[in-house]
Design a protein around this ligand. Sequence first.
Ligand SMILES: Cc1cc2nc3c(=O)[nH]c(=O)nc-3n(C[C@H](O)[C@H](O)[C@H](O)COP(=O)(O)O)c2cc1C
Length: 132
Amino acid sequence: MNVAIRYFSKLGHTKDIAMAMAEELGVKAISIVDEPSLAEAYDLLFLGGAPYANIMDSKLSHYAKELDPTKVKKVILFTTSNWSRRTVYALRKTLKEKGIEVEKEYFYAHMLNIKNRIPEAKKFVRKFVSGE
Ligand SMILES: Cc1cc2nc3c(=O)[nH]c(=O)nc-3n(C[C@H](O)[C@H](O)[C@H](O)COP(=O)(O)O)c2cc1C
């Protein structure tokens, strides 16, 4: 199974979760700032972000809007925040409108609890990607 992990992170919390997921799956986690569009096609894309004053960064919303539906079979979302899950809801809406399948489960970590949530983040991704 061809898996990608992409994220947008300003303060590093979402990045920490993405890196843990990447370590578990043996793939790279890449910031959408460094790679603004997918270079190849994937079966599964883990996509993460966070809210800043209630909305995700425009780079991430742009990334979702421009995501090529022929390059991803399914997206699984993850987010970190102080309380809001809004990033997940907004990304899900955009992706579904584009005809991209989005897994109903998503991973959430509170910004003050990132370290403790690392094992759960790893377990979460492993559930969707069988060991090969
Ligand atoms: C300027 C600013 C605004 C924020 N606004 C919200 C918000 O509206 N709702 C919320 O739940 N968290 C809010 N947060 C918390 C961030 O979403 C949280 O720290 C998140 O983990 C940041 O992700 P990152 O470290 O990957 O950038 C805000 C943080 C900052 C710095």
